[in-house]
Design a protein around this ligand. Structure first.
Ligand code: KIV
Length: 273
């Protein structure tokens, strides 16, 4: 029987996550975009809720994460913050709000913190966004990094395939992970990279790594909640484990309701005033 060490925390902070890594307790992170779902995920014990820019795909139906705006991210994040009692709420800086201009990056991060009440921000990239990370951190705003598959750069890479399989890209990723640690990021997401590389990164840096398609040796895992619950349907990457098939459950409930309305079975006498 394996013994799990557990860090007790009424509210999860960036320090709690570091303690978890230090004692070997895995970090469980999920995406959240709205109040009702965030309440359930928080009650279920998720340590971190990520208000991901995947809201662009999942909530708005866009093909990529690029169209979502800062105002829309703030709307989603403030809904999640109102729901949460324990989890740390991390909010994605959307595309175009932090790259290439560190002053704009700081303004964007401050808007997220002030207007949504989120606890930290996440942004994609390594050395190319160093100045933005430094400036945001200088204002006391915690930053989570994101390396490997970075969906905001999809048009640069052209595909959503596994990243850093070649030696040169793997070396660069390792260098970027060390840079994020040195700059003072509190954690880093490793998306869709070989498990062996994710293990080496996780062993080489002191801050927690959170994997999505990064294998079991990352310090934590993240999944898009709608994928895990089977609300999204035709998406079957190897790294995804589905814990429910809610598309089918909700479709079935909808069909039964429609049927009951049409057949005049609903509402019955007890369901009216
Ligand atoms: O936006 C998002 O959901 C993410 C996760 C996939 C890490 O960045």
């Amino acid at each position: 029987m394996s013994v799990h060490k557990k860090v007790e925390a009424k509210r999860v902070t960036t320090h709690t996550l570091q303690e978890m890594k230090d004692v070997g307790e895995k970090i469980a992170m999920l995406t959240a975009y709205d109040y009702s779902m965030a309440r359930i995920l928080d009650a279920g014990g998720a340590d971190v809720l990520l208000v991901g820019d995947s809201a662009s795909n999942v909530m708005a139906g866009h093909e990529t994460t690029l169209p979502i705006t800062l105002d829309q991210m703030i709307y989603h994040a403030s809904s999640v913050v109102r729901a949460v009692q324990r989890a740390l709420v991390v909010v994605d800086l959307p595309f175009g709000t932090y790259q290439g201009d560190s002053k704009m990056a700081l303004k964007s991060a401050i808007r997220i913190m002030k207007e949504s009440g989120g606890h930290a921000v996440k942004l994609e990239g390594g050395s190319e966004v160093e100045d933005s990370i430094k400036r945001i951190l200088s204002a006391g705003i915690p930053v989570m990094g994101h390396l490997g598959l970075t969906p905001q750069s999809i048009y640069k890479f052209g595909t959503y395939t596994v990243r850093a399989k070649q030696e040169q890209e793997a070396r660069r990723l390792m260098k970027d992970a060390k840079l994020l640690e040195e700059l003072g990021c509190f954690a880093v997401v490793l998306e869709k990279i070989p498990a062996d590389l994710a293990r080496k990164v996780s062993e080489s840096i002191s801050i927690p790594t959170i994997g999505i398609g990064g294998g079991s040796d990352c310090d934590g895992q993240v999944l898009v909640t709608h994928d895990l619950l089977g609300i999204t349907k035709d998406f079957h990457p190897r790294f995804l484990r589905r814990y429910a098939e809610l598309f089918d459950v909700i479709q079935d409930a909808t069909e039964r309701y429609v049927n009951d309305v049409k057949s005049k079975d609903f509402p019955n006498e007890k369901e009216q005033y």
